[in-house]
Write a protein that binds this ligand. Structure first.
Ligand code: S3P
Length: 452
């Protein structure tokens, strides 16, 4: 474990998709955003090694979850679809995965890489996991170090990044691991490795993180033991295929929760949104800021809570974001920073240093874009201070980060001039159809393909 190998060549794209957003407008009507990305990944991963046929509805047909799907196809799993969000996964059972005939390219998807690194460490074959330039810059020792403690033979580049070289081993052993960072990807990676380990694997969380893996394992009939901040399972068991319904992604709904709040005269209904309590920080934070969000018809969808959300425009006020809500809204801060830019007074975020290692450095890239649009935004090591004010028109660079591109698109609703956003092609990783859905409810947005 831990031996470094040379850096690989990074892939770069020479496309540049620009969003052009006309200022003003309001959001009205109703819509269902695409399926939850985290749950979609897990439906493939667990369905693939289950016994029997797993039927999935509401699957996210975005590039990230399709990267996971293609990886399992390349390991011999027959998957029908996706067709309108419907998928049929013909599980190959616990030991049925086969060696792929070359590296598995996981594109932009950190979730694919970190979760697969766990499951594939326990297989009887070797595999290389690679990704695009952004993914190849993200920290991977957070998974390879604890996997090494379990006996995995897994290597990163010298700087602790992808590609990952995995020499699968049939003799992993369970560990009891206190996670140094609150990360659902690390937790899930270790639980998936734990399925293949001798004895018990336990993960202790420093703060609550999304629990989709635990819920879905239970849905596949695999016992998971939960106590306070500790999640344990025993290796060697079998998963039984089941049917899964993927709710709409609260992380994608977040752009419209913020957009309808900041654009005067808006009233929007977001349908069938995943309301898992480990993911609903965005609603709690927006409500603390004064947002008008009604939770309608809360119900269960295959082991995950869902609801419809009615949101109406309202005046926001700046707040100090409570620390305990940070991991529950970790992907929604780009959108929340736009809410803060439109609020009265100052919003302060601390304890969110993880934002610096997402698809981009979301603290720096969002602060740069906000300043570009005339907002006083001061990045700090672990967060940001934002003074609400007037958003000017201007041009910002999303640095290829899907959530930053969509957040600045929403900012156009409150801007005084046209907002141009560069490097938007990765919006398809999590939100295919964003442009059409957003313009259908009132955002003045179009795209232009530029040459580099
Ligand atoms: C995810 C966990 C989070 C989140 C990511 C998806 C998951 O990452 O940011 O978009 O599906 O487990 P971390 O575990 O790194 O916080």
């Amino acid at each position: 474990m831990g031996a470094a190998v040379p850096e690989s060549e990074l892939t770069t794209s020479n496309e540049n998709l620009r969003f052009r957003v006309t200022p003003g407008g309001r959001l009205t009507g109703s819509l269902r955003v695409p399926g939850d990305k985290s749950i979609s990944h897990r439906s493939i991963i667990l369905g693939a090694v289950a016994e029997g046929t797993t039927r999935v509805s509401g699957f996210l047909e975005g590039e990230d979850s399709l990267a996971t799907l293609n990886a399992f196809r390349r390991m011999g799993v027959e998957i029908e679809g996706p067709d309108g969000g419907n998928l049929i996964v013909h599980g190959v059972g616990r030991d049925g995965l086969q060696a792929p005939n070359g590296p598995l390219d996981l594109g932009n998807s950190g979730t694919s890489m970190r979760l697969l690194s766990g499951m594939l460490s326990g297989q009887g074959f070797s595999v290389v996991l690679s990704g695009d330039a952004s993914l190849s810059g993200r920290p991977m020792r957070r998974v390879t170090d604890p996997l090494g403690l379990m006996g995995a033979d897994i290597h990163t580049t010298e700087s602790g990044t992808a590609p990952l070289w995995i020499h699968g081993s049939a003799c992993l052993k369970g560990i009891d691991y206190p996670m140094p960072v609150a990360s659902a990807q690390v937790k899930s990676c270790l639980l998936l490795a734990g399925l293949y380990a001798d004895g018990e694997t336990c993960v202790r969380e420093p703060a609550v993180t999304r629990d989709h893996t635990e819920r879905m394992l239970a849905g596949f009939g695999y016992p998971v033991r939960l106590s306070a901040n500790r999640i344990c399972l025993t290796g060697g068991g079998r998963l039984k295929a089941c049917n899964l319904e993927v709710p709409a992604d609260i992380s994608s709904a977040a752009f419209f929760l913020v957009g309808a709040t900041i654009a005067e005269g808006s009233e929007l209904l977001l349908e069938h949104v995943g309301m898992n309590p480990t993911r609903d920080g965005v609603i709690r934070i927006l409500r603390l800021m004064g947002a008008d969000i009604e939770i309608l018809d809360p119900r269960d969808a295959g082991g995950e809570p869902v609801a419809d959300l009615r949101v109406r425009a309202s005046r926001l006020k700046g707040i100090h974001i409570p620390q305990e809500l940070v991991p529950l809204a970790i992907d929604e801060f780009p959108a929340l920073f736009i809410a803060a830019a439109c609020a009265d007074g100052e919003t302060v975020l601390t304890g969110a240093e993880e934002l610096r290692v997402k698809e981009s450095d979301r603290i720096q890239v969002m602060a740069d874009g906000l300043v570009q649009l005339g907002i006083k935004a001061m990045p700090t090591a672990d967060g940001m201070r934002i003074r609400g004010g007037r958003i000017d028109g201007g041009r910002v660079d999303s640095h290829g980060d899907h959530r930053i591109a969509m957040s600045f698109a929403i900012a156009g609703l409150c801007a005084r001039g046209e907002v141009l956003i560069d490097d938007c092609e990765n919006v398809n990783t999590s939100f295919p159809g964003f442009l059409d859905l957003a313009s259908g409810i009132g955002l003045g947005i179009e795209q232009q393909a530029l040459e580099d």
